[in-house]
Design a protein around this ligand. Structure first.
Ligand SMILES: C[S@@+](CC[C@H](N)C(=O)[O-])C[C@H]1O[C@@H](n2cnc3c(N)ncnc32)[C@H](O)[C@@H]1O
Length: 266
């Protein structure tokens, strides 16, 4: 895998998509973010007022703003210059300032310029699966965190949602009652090359997803000195599904599309 080339292609694509992404998420994230990602990340993070938090792959800053609103001192970075420009444009006078940087999460040395031991916690949501190598990120994270620091992530669930699942809808007539059933079909889990996916409905360009099995994902963190001490698997509920018809995650209330976890330095 040509990591450098794929990463540069990713940066160009995210710059192209930045306006779309910024509109999709607004100030505090879309439904996927607000219903699945943010609640699990906040639960695992157990944020204390005044803590220094770094958000990696911050997009338009939706989570960074939320954390700042909860009293954290937030630094956030993304490799897309356009997304950082749009994140800064959403600065509000009624929220504490977020310090934004344009940085590449595959560049360990660049990340370390933020300051060793400076952060109480790191967050990284829906970004690990978009990066061709995550070893430098975890190595840098281990050094950026102070003693007892925690790293809270949310990513596409490796078992159900990072391997191009096929959405299935079936109609059943049982005892005179017609009902719809929804499912996902998984054809492969172990060895999958990077594949392009269309992202959120309407995204202007597909980008690469890097599927990692659960063991590959966690092994990268363990190798950098982390241990896992919290795990959540959020799914939509019947209330979300009632609002959305058809083949989408809102109708799959028994299958979690997101995996959120908390890592701590061992
Ligand atoms: C799916 S978005 C998630 C954004 C945000 N964290 C959220 O939860 O809404 C993935 C983000 O990762 C960023 N990204 C991808 N590769 C990166 C890299 N090598 N370094 C830094 N950011 C990267 C993209 O620019 C994009 O903002």
């Amino acid at each position: 895998m040509d990591i450098e080339r794929l990463n540069q292609e990713g940066r160009a694509l995210w710059n192209r998509k930045a306006q779309f992404w910024d509109k999709l998420h607004g100030d505090f994230g879309n439904q996927f973010h607000r219903r699945l990602i943010e609640p699990t990340v906040l639960q695992l993070l157990d944020l204390q007022a005044g803590e220094a938090v770094l958000d990696i792959g911050c997009g338009n800053g939706a989570l960074a703003r939320r954390l700042a609103g909860l009293g954290a001192r937030v630094t956030a970075f993304d490799f897309s210059e356009e997304l950082i420009r749009l994140a800064k444009a959403r600065r509000r006078t009624n929220l504490p300032m977020v310090a934004y940087h344009t940085l590449d999460a595959t560049d360990e040395a660049a990340m370390l310029t933020l300051g060793a031991g400076r952060f109480d916690a790191i967050t990284c949501t829906m970004t690990l699966m978009d990066i061709p190598t995550i070893d430098p990120l975890f190595r840098a994270a281990a050094r950026l965190l102070g003693k007892g620091g925690r790293f809270v992530f949310a990513t596409q669930h490796p078992a159900f949602n990072s391997n191009n699942p096929i959405f299935v809808q079936e109609k059943e007539d049982r005892d005179g009652v017609v009902s719809d059933h929804y499912a996902v079909k998984i054809r492969a889990y172990l060895d999958l090359p990077p594949v392009k996916g269309s992202g959120a409905p309407g995204e202007p360009a597909p980008h690469y997803y890097y599927h990692r099995t659960l063991s590959e994902l966690l092994e990268a963190a363990f190798a950098a000195g982390f241990m896992l001490d919290g795990l959540l698997e959020p799914a939509f509920t019947a209330d979300d599904g009632a609002a959305a018809q058809g083949l989408n995650w809102q109708n799959l209330t028994q299958i979690p599309p997101v995996l959120s976890g908390r890592l701590r330095l061992a």
